[in-house]
Design a protein around this ligand. Structure first.
Ligand code: PLP
Length: 325
């Protein structure tokens, strides 16, 4: 385990956002949720100081170090039209002087908004796929095209959710410990699995016994839990630890009850969560990921699924640009 931890802390990173993100105490939200509400904190990765922030910045820092080592001059990745990951990759390409090609499923907007507007502003070359399923093969054809033009492309999978990307996220746990917080529970939004895999492995390696609860933005619980487990196992392979040392032997909790009618479609509880956090804390969640995750946390608090002495950390993974899409 010591070796895996040493491998994690010495992983090469391209530093996009050099500072730790703040941890806010949510005292007014806690009061609004009643006397049985445990201590509530929020890790503000929405404030990561690069490219409008969000969880992708942490993952890209390690993924891009690997791409640089491989000599890549072009980054290719994919997502939805309003993808936070595509926007963060476009920003990273701009900052590092790399060409970026984004394969997005959706129809080109006449007047781009939100993340699509920012991706254009960061100078990405955007290609449009007709479906989510088409994106992977389109990325491969773009990579072929780039190689034919004598460029050295690096294809970054959806959400930068690779074992190395997840390892980049795992380092965030160190920030929580340095800040002096030892939460009993961490609640966050999960979709491509890298954030959750990183949190699980980070807790296991840094010795934090927190329960990690991922609230799904789209996928079913069993499918996403399997993805997260594979990623943690992949991290064990890359960092040199056993599966158990990285937490892959633990129950992986993915709650898919807050997806509603589907990805990006608000629900009554996500609207309430967005509003409650805004009106009690002056903090903005995003409608696609973090509002649904907060809805999951609020529901658990209301049905007393935590004990009053516990400390809960909600990991804000960013994404507010979607409010302006
Ligand atoms: C704002 C935001 N929160 C949470 C997630 C989920 O993270 P992950 O894809 O690592 O599971 C994403 C991306 O999918 C995101 O953009």
């Amino acid at each position: 385990m010591a070796t895996a931890l040493a491998s994690l802390t010495s992983l090469p990173r391209v530093i996009l956002a050099p500072d730790s993100t703040p941890i806010d105490s949510l005292t007014r939200l806690r009061a609004a949720l009643g006397p049985a509400c445990p201590s509530l904190y929020m890790k503000r990765d929405d404030l990561l100081s690069f490219g409008m922030g969000g969880n992708k910045v942490r993952k890209l820092q390690t993924v891009l170090a690997e791409a640089a080592f491989a000599g890549a001059d072009t980054l290719i990745t994919c997502g939805g039209l309003q993808s936070n990951h595509c926007r963060a990759t476009a920003a990273a390409g701009a900052a590092l002087g790399l060409r970026v090609v984004l394969v997005v499923n959706g129809v080109q907007q006449e007047h781009p908004t939100g993340n699509a507007l920012l991706a254009e502003l960061f100078g990405a070359d955007v290609r449009y796929a007709s479906s989510r399923a088409e994106r992977a093969s389109m990325m491969e054809s773009v990579a072929e095209e780039e190689r034919a033009a004598s460029r050295r492309p690096c294809v970054i999978p959806l959400g930068a959710s690779t074992p190395i990307g997840a390892a980049g996220f795992a380092l965030g746990i160190q920030e929580v410990l340095v800040a002096g917080l030892r939460p009993d529970v961490i609640v966050h939004s999960t979709s491509s699995g890298g954030t959750q895999a990183g949190l699980i492995a980070g807790c296991a390696l840094f010795g934090l016994k927190a329960r990690i609860i991922g609230i799904s933005a789209d996928e079913s619980s069993p499918a996403l839990a399997a993805v997260v487990r594979d990623l943690v196992e992949g991290m064990a392979g890359r960092l040199g630890g056993s599966y158990a040392a990285l937490g892959a032997d633990r129950d992986i909790v993915v709650d898919d009850r807050f997806v509603g009618e589907g990805y990006g479609i608000p629900t009554e509880s996500s609207r309430e969560a967005l509003m409650m956090v805004a009106r009690h804390e002056g903090i903005v969640l995003d409608p696609v990921y973090t509002a649904k995750a907060m809805a999951g946390l609020i529901e658990r608090i209301r049905r007393d699924s935590f004990s009053a002495g516990e400390t809960i950390l909600f990991w804000h993974t960013g994404g507010q640009v979607a409010l302006f899409a």
